[in-house]
Design a protein around this ligand. Structure first.
Ligand code: GTP
Ligand code: MG
Length: 446
């Protein structure tokens, strides 16, 4: 897919080979080449510039992963940005309503009629009983073509040979679909220019009459810069729910296709990759990005390395927590560290399973009290709190200027904390740690 673009990007990567670290200078040289490659491939200028800026932002200062070459890491960053450009996560098609109504629009010859057949086949394989409606009333051959398509994929086709009004055919077709319990109705329409006001009015009316669940622009991937204007106009007239990119099997430079989501905000939902009805699939931004870069294996490698680093850090933290436990003196030291390090939230945020802990207002007062209580204990007591009898508890309370119940509460919490730390593994431990943190007046969301 998009071989020229993929080649140029891989050339640009060559200049990154053998780098010791990722710096702004060497990345920006390579990115200049990539920017040129994108523009040559017809990527919209604004989209290309934002893309480059994002890659630069994410790559400079990025910690170089162990066992991974910097250039490999940049491939991953670029891959992720392409995914972003293409629309991020896969946009699932939620078909809950029946009959599901789909309206197809687009320029002449973009592939609407063929796509109507492809969609019908897809839905049929999904258990639907689809109906095709021939709203292209301008060419008699258009009706024949849709009928042939319907025959090919073995679905029914609604047409009216002598009605030259697309709005009427749409209305009648919809009624026919309802009356005969079809659960998917696909409206094939005539090709039209995005600057043809009259024909845009017509399809706008068809949209009103049929009230479709999906309004797809069927767009040829080979269309250059102009495709962005086409998408903008059709979206303005119809508020599209998606774009179907056709002819991706051709030698399209592809850049226009890459910019469509960026410029219109309308996601690409399906792709056509050949003339056969089965050459059709849901659009996966990730797969597309890997195909453009042609470096799927590098991306996987870096993802794996990133996961390894996360695991290592988590393990290190876990060990530290386990070591720092057990004596009240350690507890005192950690409280003092926490005070030095800033809000407790940031420390708890570093613990596995506890992203973004929030502190409530009064935990610093509580920490101060805890500190005072521990400081009133002997070293021996701090190491082995279970030797503290009730008489010592009263003395400690006095020394710290707190109530006896505060001392009791701390000792109880500490005993619990020991347990938590011992079991600080997996989700259960994290949950218990949360409960524990809550006793200090902290709210640690999951
Ligand atoms: N290679 C390839 N050819 C395609 C694809 N989709 C459609 N075509 C071809 O493109 C040509 C035009 O397709 P149609 O489905 O007739 O296009 P249309 O938008 O209905 O055209 P009009 O009704 O005239 O506006 C046909 O030769 C199709 O076989 C695709 O994904 N890949
Ligand atoms: Mg057609």
């Amino acid at each position: 897919m998009f071989p020229a673009l993929a080649d140029k990007i891989s050339d640009a990567f060559k200049s990154l080979r053998g780098l010791g670290k990722i710096s702004e200078k060497n990345v920006s040289d390579a990115l200049q080449e990539i920017r040129t490659a994108l523009l040559d491939a017809d990527v919209n200028r604004e989209a290309a510039d934002e893309f480059i800026a994002n890659v630069l932002k994410s790559s400079v200062g990025e910690k170089v992963l162990h066992k991974i070459l910097p250039e490999q890491q940049i491939v991953k960053i670029i891959h992720d940005e392409i995914v972003e450009l293409l629309g991020g996560q896969l946009d699932p098609v939620a078909y809950t309503k029946k009959p599901l109504k789909i309206l197809l629009a687009g320029l002449h010859g973009s592939g609407k009629t063929t796509t109507a057949g492809k969609l019908a086949l897809l839905l049929k394989n999904d258990g639907y009983r689809p109906l095709l409606v021939a709203c292209d009333v301008y060419r008699p051959a258009a009706i024949d073509q849709l009928m042939a398509v319907a025959r090919d994929v073995d679905v029914e086709c609604y047409r009216e040979r002598d009605v030259k009004n697309a709005r009427k055919v749409a209305k009648h077709g919809m009624r026919h679909g309802h009356d005969n319990k079809f659960d998917a109705i696909i409206f094939d329409t005539a090709g039209r220019l995005h600057i043809d006001g009259q024909l845009l009015d017509e399809i706008r009316d068809i949209r009103k009459i049929t009230d479709p669940d999906e309004v797809f622009l069927v767009a040829d991937a080979a269309l250059g810069q102009e495709s962005v204007n086409v998408a903008k106009s059709f979206n303005g007239a119809l508020s599209l729910s998606g774009i179907i990119l056709t002819k991706l099997d051709g030698d399209a430079r592809g850049g226009a296709a890459l910019s469509m989501k960026y410029v219109t905000g309308v996601p690409i939902r399906f792709i056509g990759t050949g003339e056969k009805y089965s050459d059709f699939s849901l659009f996966h931004p990730k797969r597309m990005a890997s195909r453009i870069l042609g470096m799927g294996d590098v991306v996987t490698l870096v993802e794996k390395a990133q996961r390894q680093v996360d695991d290592q850090e988590r393990e290190k933290l876990s060990k530290k927590i386990k070591k720092a436990e057990f004596t009240l003196n350690d507890f005192l030291v950690s409280i003092q560290q926490i005070k030095k390090m800033g809000p407790m939230s940031s420390l708890l945020g570093m613990l596995p399973g506890m992203a973004k802990a929030k502190t409530t207002g009064d935990d610093s007062a509580k920490m101060k009290m805890t500190e005072a209580i521990i400081q009133s204990m002997t070293m021996q007591e701090r190491a082995k709190p279970n030797i503290i009898d009730s008489w010592r508890r009263t003395r400690i309370a006095k020394g710290a200027g707190v109530e006896l119940r505060d001392v009791n509460a701390l000792l109880k919490q500490f005993a619990q904390m020991q347990k938590v730390m011992k079991s600080f593994k997996g989700e259960k431990g994290a949950r218990r740690m949360q409960e524990f943190a809550a006793q200090f007046g902290m709210n640690v969301p999951q």
